[in-house]
Design a protein around this ligand. Structure first.
Ligand SMILES: [Zn+2]
Length: 144
């Protein structure tokens, strides 16, 4: 067999796609042909490099799950934001109406203000905790 004929088979030889007979032809030729042996070595290196590159890149599935996570997190963040704005506006409006109402006694106003203040502070502390946890998560994500 000529070198040109063997070279056609070399890729298939590496991928174990040849028949037993073809494998024997190639191996017989390789034992006394340095040129084809070199070609085979180069092919082997190229294939290994390609395989490593493929392994380093995330698969399509991984990309998709990453996108889903970003989408989920983004949607949730917007949801929280809308909820917070709604709560602040609603409570703020209610508190303003109550505080400026001339019919309610001052003592009751102070009581309700205390209630709002307490809940408000608890809410803020939870919010700050969430924000800190999220930053922590992001930091951990960078390390990984
Ligand atoms: Zn050869």
């Amino acid at each position: 067999m000529k070198c040109e004929e063997i070279e056609i088979y070399l890729s298939g030889y590496l991928d174990r796609e040849l028949t037993q007979q073809q494998v024997q032809f190639v191996e017989l030729h390789l034992t006394d042909c340095a040129i084809c042996s070199d070609v085979l070595d180069e092919l082997k290196l190229a294939k290994e490099a390609t395989r490593e590159l493929e392994m380093q890149q995330p698969t399509l599935q991984e990309w998709n799950s990453m996108e889903t996570t970003i989408l989920e997190k983004g949607t949730r963040s917007i949801g929280w934001l809308v909820l917070i704005v709604w709560a602040v506006v609603t409570v703020g409006y209610g508190a303003f109406q109550f505080a400026t109402s001339p019919t309610e006694p001052l003592f009751e106003k102070i009581l309700v203000f205390g209630l709002f203040l307490g809940f408000g502070l608890i809410f803020l502390s939870v919010l700050f905790e969430r924000l800190r946890e999220r930053q922590h998560d992001r930091y951990r994500g960078v390390i990984r």
